[in-house]
Design a protein around this ligand. Structure first.
Ligand code: FAD
Length: 474
């Protein structure tokens, strides 16, 4: 099934429990903290339903292409094209758009045997997800500070980390919290799991399951929603539409189907999901490069050779990531048997590149902006006062741009480099795939060390201790 935007919005009116501080949100589709974000997600569903290029047919049913188990390079290209179309709509600002976790699940469903006795559950879940066009997000990290159970045991209070507290013939009872479900406010289901390995004594935490956001016993504790504080689209054009939200997930419920107790990298799941992240970041790079150039043009600095060099660097960075993404398809892997997977090493290299480059790239954009942003009036209401408007239009114009266009450009730039929304993005890009040492460990794990060592060994095998006569005699 291919959901439309309005069908998706209807699906969010399911009695879900969402808190902003102590405020209980009635309806996330109309609440001022979330309504525009909800519409942005709905627009993705409409876009994808309207274009037959973004779906595929199987057994007379249509499914979104991000559920396609790729068998050829062309299949991988189709997947990437849909990721790109989705990322372009949000300029890469929706990290956990509906194609992220669904790609994880699709990759896992390509090798369900990894799930052992739970493999049937995983295959059924994949079918359910693609049939209902489910928007899934995930919370796969234990909450910070709750990773030392002894602290809680000493006080005789429950450990906050989500865990199995009872097991019966019908399933399990889970209780506790998990971080950090980006997009959950707008999603249908939350995949609960563990991306970081657990110690043997953490068996109760080693559960993977999917919970409907509206199910009794599930509550989302939202961080501060920035959309609520955006006075208008003009003042905060990105915050206004693309605050995808982050929530702590609290669960106190019975689960009748457990998916697994250990997974991810033994299936293409992690690769499919994070390829989406690479493509998403590429869309953001295009916004950044476009803004950098426009900002340089707005002051006339684009004519200065040193500034052209800065712009050339931006363009080179954008193209480098484009190349890393294309290479993942070009050098795709035949893995698992019968399927194609994006080149894992290139994908992890791009993931690392994005994680460690984002702050510097944003900083370079910030430097290009200079103080222009703070020359602008507090808000655009000046345009509604005839006298102020006349002055604003006369004094704030430059040879390159009218006053309103300048203000519009700098407001957009600030929402990407300096607003609270922008600050959250700096943090997101550093941590969404785990802390940097986790991200780099993926590259370490996948590297062909024996091959690299052989290069060194072969080189050294070509020479030995020199003969005595070759030695310089003092
Ligand atoms: C905006 C945002 C959105 C997110 N969205 C999601 C989501 O949708 N789903 C989800 O499951 N998670 C999400 N996360 C959570 C994310 O996965 C975690 O933030 C990430 O795994 C890091 O864990 P942590 O925050 O507990 O930091 P920590 O692991 O506590 O790390 C904090 C700092 O300590 C350092 N550190 C800690 N331990 C070590 C060590 N052993 N060696 C070296 N350095 C160490 C880290 O490098 C880091 O600098 C999101 C996070 C953010 C910020």
């Amino acid at each position: 099934m291919l959901k439309t935007g309005s069908e998706h919005l209807r699906s969010l009116k399911d009695g879900r429990v969402v808190y902003i501080g102590s405020e209980r949100v009635d309806d996330v589709t109309s609440h001022p903290a979330f309504r525009n974000g909800a519409r942005s997600i709905a627009a993705l569903y409409d876009m994808k339903a309207a274009d037959p290029g973004f779906s595929y047919q199987e057994n007379n049913e249509m499914f979104s292409t991000y559920f396609l188990k790729a068998k050829t390079r062309e299949d991988l290209q189709k997947r990437t094209a849909l990721h790109r179309a989705i990322a372009d709509m949000s300029h890469g600002l929706l990290g956990r758009s509906p194609d992220h976790v669904s790609s994880f699940v699709t990759g896992m469903a390509m090798n369900p045997s990894v799930f052992g006795k739970f493999s049937e559950n995983l295959s059924r879940y994949y079918e359910h997800m693609r049939r209902e066009d489910v928007y899934g997000v995930y919370a796969v990290i234990p909450p910070q500070a709750a990773r030392n159970p002894e602290f809680y045991q000493k006080q005789n209070i429950p450990t906050p980390t989500l865990r199995v507290v009872r097991e019966d013939d019908d399933g399990v009872v889970i209780s506790g919290m998990k971080m950090l479900a980006t997009g959950a406010v707008f999603a249908n289901e939350i995949w609960i799991g563990n991306l970081i390995p657990l110690a043997p004594n953490q068996l109760a935490e080693s559960i993977t399951c999917a919970v409907p956001v509206g199910a009794p016993g599930v509550a989302l504790w939202s961080r501060k929603p920035y959309e609520r504080y955006a006075p208008s689209e003009f003042e905060n054009p990105l915050t206004w539409r693309f605050d995808e939200t982050d929530s702590m997930v609290m669960c106190e419920m019975h689960m009748d189907a457990v998916l697994a107790r250990e997974i991810y990298i033994k299936t293409p799941g992690h690769c499919y999901g994070n390829h989406q992240s690479n493509v998403r970041f590429h869309a953001k790079m295009q916004l950044i490069v476009g803004l950098a150039s426009k900002i340089a043009q707005a002051s006339g600095a684009n004519e200065v050779p040193a500034v052209r060099e800065v712009l050339g660097r931006f363009a080179a960075l954008e193209a480098a990531l484009g190349g890393m993404i294309a290479g993942q398809i070009q050098d795709a892997e035949d893995w698992p048997a019968g399927f194609k997977t994006f080149n894992r090493r290139y994908m992890y290299a791009a993931l690392n590149w994005c994680t460690e480059s984002h702050s510097n790239i944003i900083d370079a954009l910030r430097e290009l902006c200079g103080g222009a942003i703070f020359q602008m009036p507090a808000d655009i209401s000046v345009m509604h006062d005839p006298k102020l408007r006349e002055q604003f239009e006369a004094y704030w114009q430059t040879p390159q741009l009218g006053a309103v266009e300048r203000m519009k450009l700098y407001k957009l730039a600030w929402d990407l480099i300096g607003s609270e929304f922008a600050g959250r993005h700096l943090q997101y890009e550093k941590f969404y795939a785990g802390a940097s040492f986790i991200v780099r460990n993926h590259s370490f794990r996948e590297a062909p060390w024996a091959q690299f060592h052989k290069v060194v060994d072969d080189l050294m095998a070509g020479y030995d201790v020199p003969e005595l006569q070759n030695q310089k005699v003092a």
